[in-house]
Design a protein. Structure first.
Length: 139
């Protein structure tokens, strides 16, 4: 069995945003040479997320609206975490909802997706570099 590991780095200019990282993940798969196996892709920061869904701008807007209703950024004083001097408690909660990682099957050297599925990086406390781990195992 072969194993492959790579870190992808992202720096979104806004506090929050969603980025389709499927092309970068597919490049990792090609680089790995693995034809059959599993791919793990996870955010390595507690205020960022990796998830699978449709690449549709209306859906991304709906995510933003929904997440802000669930865990509004302001007022900052509503969160105990922010009493430590931080201002990102909402980002931790948003990450918890959107998830840390995805696992995708690899079949015939391709990500074995359903219709419309893509891999996204979700940023909830941006404007700085953060990394995503891609780990692939298989034959």
């Amino acid at each position: 069995m072969k194993s492959y590991r790579k870190e992808l780095w992202f720096n979104l200019p806004a506090r929050r945003g969603f980025l389709n990282i499927t092309p970068q993940v597919e490049a990792c798969l090609r680089e790995s040479g693995i034809r059959e196996g599993l791919l793990l892709c996870n955010a390595m920061h507690i205020t960022a997320s990796v998830f699978i869904n449709d690449d549709e701008s209306g859906l991304h807007h709906d995510y933003e609206t929904w997440l802000e209703q669930l865990a509004p950024h302001e007022p900052l004083g509503q969160y105990w975490h922010n009493r430590t001097g931080e201002d990102n408690a909402d980002a931790h909660l948003k990450r918890q909802v959107m998830g840390r990682e995805v696992v995708v099957a690899i079949t015939n050297s391709r990500l074995d997706f359903g219709p419309w599925e893509q891999i996204f990086y979700g940023e909830f406390d941006g404007r700085r570099q953060k990394r995503v781990l891609v780990k692939i195992i298989g034959e």
